[in-house]
Design a protein around this ligand. Structure first.
Ligand code: B12
Length: 350
């Protein structure tokens, strides 16, 4: 069955059945590009270089992509997003057994008036390597710079640019399965998040990309954290973002990394007023409290002294670039996920 790619860049093509416009079987290169969330130039390259082109020939008109062509291209794109080199992905896609009887016909709307507004141009899915735009590209916010990018980080950046949340989640889940939460966070998620942030900073573009990526990171990490059913710790570990702090993804990285060690947490989430956090700690007596501040000015580090003055005192950890100044006694400033997890584990005697 041919359908739009899972979560691919949204297509504004009107469904064929929703209009009385005349229709033409098969899809144009532009229509396939929209469905897949790739540039038409990419499809032409895949055709020229790997022979993954439209198979339907019609005299006097452009060649059209059939449902089977589309199934192969969808497969190709999934593999490329997962970091497989395009040549290998193309070989696999060409070898894909497609049963034509299982595919619904693909139809392109023909005609202007009544066929709906033109679909928006899918964003280019090139990502820069080593902080540079791909050669021959204009840059200017069209790329996500990923210093030292890996195939997986490039795949994730491409999926985010295509606003393909399902592929983002799949890439993140697969990375966690293969190499665990800490390595996935440090080597896949942090570089891509930083690249997306940099793209926004330099061009003012990509809030949509940032939201799709954030949602996928949150979903994949929270899923891991919530899988833990029988934690080894009896005392709580509390995670919260500082007073005015809306960024909270690193809290979920901590939660998922602790879950891998069978340590359960209590998540308070974003923008936790200091007084609320203080009361929650008083009421529940956690062994450790981790507070994240991303943006300078979102919180004062001196306020964390109130937590470490409680008796019994929890281990108080502050993480993130938002904390400035000298921490009060009893407050430890964490610089990365590995240290944070190790420190929390120690506070539980593990
Ligand atoms: C995802 C994101 C969002 C998401 C938040 C989703 C969520 N629920 O958390 C959304 C889209 C909502 C968002 C909103 C905003 N954001 Co924002 N966002 C980001 C982004 C891309 C990633 C944030 C993140 O998770 N960072 C965590 C890691 C990836 O980054 P890091 O903290 O720099 O990592 C360093 C250390 O902290 C440490 N480290 C890494 N991981 C870990 C883990 C642990 C446990 C520890 C202890 C340390 C550690 O190592 C790194 C190297 O030193 C950053 C870019 C960036 N570089 O962070 C921008 C960024 C933080 N955002 C920024 C801004 C300005 C905003 C907005 C104000 C404006 C906007 N962009 O729309 C709004 C805020 C709105 C509001 N009302 O508050 C700026 C902040 C600039 C500044 N002054 O610091 C950044 C830096 C983008 C940029 N380059 O300009 N954002």
């Amino acid at each position: 069955m041919v359908s739009d790619l899972e979560g691919s860049a949204p297509s504004n093509e009107a469904p064929a059945t929703a209009t009385s416009q005349p229709t033409t079987p098969g899809l144009t290169v532009a229509a396939v590009a929209r469905r897949l969330g790739v540039a038409p130039a990419t499809l032409r390259t895949w055709d020229r270089r790997y022979g993954l082109g439209p198979s339907e020939h019609r005299a006097g008109s452009h060649r059209r992509y059939t449902a089977a062509d589309l199934a192969r291209l969808e497969h190709m794109r999934r593999l490329v997003l997962a970091g497989i080199p395009p040549g290998d992905a193309a070989r696999d896609a060409i070898a894909l057994e497609v049963d034509p009887s299982s595919l619904a016909p693909v139809t392109d709307i023909v005609g202007g008036a009544g066929a709906g507004p033109p679909a928006p141009q899918a964003p280019p899915v090139e990502v820069g390597e080593r902080g540079l735009a791909a050669p021959g590209r204009s840059g200017g916010g069209q790329v996500i710079p990923i210093p030292g990018g890996t195939p997986a980080s490039r795949g994730l950046a491409r999926a985010a640019l295509a606003l393909d949340g399902n592929s983002c989640r799949r890439i993140i889940r697969e990375a966690i399965d293969r190499r665990g939460v800490i390595s996935t966070w440090d080597h896949l998620l942090v570089p891509v998040l930083a690249g997306v942030g940099q793209r926004w900073e330099s061009s003012g573009r990509g809030i949509d990309v940032e939201h799709v990526l954030s949602d996928a990171v949150h979903a994949a990490l929270a899923e891991r954290a919530r899988e833990l059913k029988d934690p080894v710790n009896s005392r709580l570990v509390m995670l919260a973002a500082a007073d005015e702090e809306t960024h909270f993804l690193p809290l979920w990285a901590v939660a998922a990394a602790l879950a891998e060690r069978r340590i359960g947490i209590q998540m308070l989430g974003a923008r936790v007023p200091h007084e609320t956090l203080l009361q929650a700690v008083r009421r529940t007596g956690p062994a450790a409290v981790f507070v994240w501040a991303q943006i300078p000015g979102s919180a004062r580090i001196s306020s964390l002294g109130d937590l470490s003055n409680l008796r019994p005192a929890p281990s108080v950890l502050a993480g993130g670039p938002g904390w400035q100044g000298t921490p009060p006694p009893g407050v430890w400033v964490a610089t990365d996920l590995t240290e944070t997890v190790a420190r929390i584990s120690r506070s539980l005697g593990l």
